[in-house]
Design a protein around this ligand. Structure first.
Ligand code: AMP
Ligand code: MG
Length: 352
């Protein structure tokens, strides 16, 4: 299949720039598009066949449900039942934005879209291309991240082209995804609201609107635990895995730098390809291997935005060993570490 790539400038969008993309979606085809979190791979959420094509293009296990994207809050009523008042309060504050909410599904949403579940995940994204695409196509767009299953999520159109060119109809290049981490997922289908996936909208922000909210215990772990099965099916997979062996070091930052230098030197001298995930503050302190800065410790958001890109860059350089600093678990740090730990297969060393 030929994949058409179109470039759209968010600040200078022409009236009819999404006409063809909308037609493809209405006809049951697949279009990758930018959102503020990561790029999404979109298809008609109410068509079983479109959902099936999404799983096929990504090589995604079919029990891993898709998020349905809408263009106005009221649209959730067409897809979900028993929507609690808290959902409207959260939507009022955080939509459009990087928040996904889970409800009991209505019959019109096929089980192909929800991975066999009786619940449906819904988001109203902020990115202007994404919103125009949903409005113009006139459909609800099911969209997981537009990467091959098991690869880091795509934060640029180049990432999508590498993974999916030839297997989908169109890719819309709308520049860099500004946040770089997938949406926060909150389950509102049960008695108590629960965070199923941490993201840029953090627990305290949610609590300031709807009061106490719990984390799914399975997402806070620092090592795999067979007895804890995440409630968001996608969280159980070893996502975001780079090709190389990734190890995270946590502890006093000077000791961490020393330890990584020792490891990197050792592998470097044995002729192995070594990558180091450093920060603006520490990048000059490393002496071996390929050193890349993920962002600045003074700006958590820069680290979140840089994470997937750096993992992909190291894949392209065929790094065999990758060492990373850790990023604490305050606020955004929790979402960053959740992704980084999975990428590392929970390989983390604490330096005392
Ligand atoms: P992605 O868009 O690739 O980040 O994948 C969507 C994420 O949303 C996956 O981790 C899914 O497991 C999660 N998700 C989607 N629908 C549901 C649902 N009904 N219940 C729980 N998690 C969901
Ligand atoms: Mg994904």
């Amino acid at each position: 299949m030929d994949t058409k790539v179109i470039i759209i400038d968010t600040d200078d969008m022409q009236e009819d720039c999404l006409k063809e993309a909308s037609e493809i979606l209405r006809a049951g085809g697949l279009v990758a598009f930018p959102t503020e979190t990561v790029y999404g791979l979109g298809g008609d959420a109410l068509k079983e066949d479109a959902a099936r094509k999404i799983y096929e293009a990504k090589g995604r296990p079919s029990d891993n449900p898709l998020i349905v994207h809408i263009a106005k809050t009221k649209d959730m009523e067409a897809l979900a039942r028993n929507i609690p008042e808290k959902a409207y309060q959260l939507a009022e504050v955080f939509w459009p934005g990087p928040l996904t909410m889970i409800f009991q599904k209505k019959d019109c949403v096929p089980y192909q879209t929800t991975g066999g579940l009786n619940t449906v995940a819904i988001r109203l994204p902020a990115n202007r291309i994404a919103r125009k695409l949903i409005t113009e196509s006139g459909i609800y767009i099911a969209a997981p991240s537009a990467n091959l299953s098991g690869k880091p999520s795509p934060t640029s159109a180049e990432h999508v082209i590498k993974d999916l060119s030839g297997s989908i109809d169109m890719i819309i290049d709308g520049g860099q995804a500004i946040l770089g981490l997938e949406s926060t997922i909150v389950d509102l289908s049960g008695e108590k609201p629960m965070i199923l996936r941490p993201g840029c909208i953090i627990k305290s922000m949610l609590e300031s609107v709807i009061g106490t909210i719990e984390y799914d215990p399975a997402i806070l772990i620092k090592e795999p635990d067979k007895n804890l099965i995440p409630r968001a099916p996608g969280m159980k997979y070893r996502h975001y895995a780079p090709e190389g062996n990734l190890t995270i070091y946590e502890g006093d930052i000077r000791k961490v730098v020393n330890e990584i230098n020792l490891k990197a030197k050792d592998h470097f001298e044995r002729g192995n390809k070594v990558g180091v995930i450093a920060t603006e503050e520490t990048k000059a302190l490393y002496g071996y291997g390929t050193v890349k800065s993920i962002g600045s410790r003074k700006d958590d958001a820069s680290i979140a935005a840089g994470l997937y890109g750096i993992l992909r860059e190291f894949d392209e350089l065929h790094m065999q060993y990758i060492y990373s600093e850790s990023f604490g678990d305050n606020s955004l740090g929790q979402a960053i570490m959740n992704r980084l730990l999975k990428a590392a297969g929970y390989q983390m060393v604490t330096i005392f």
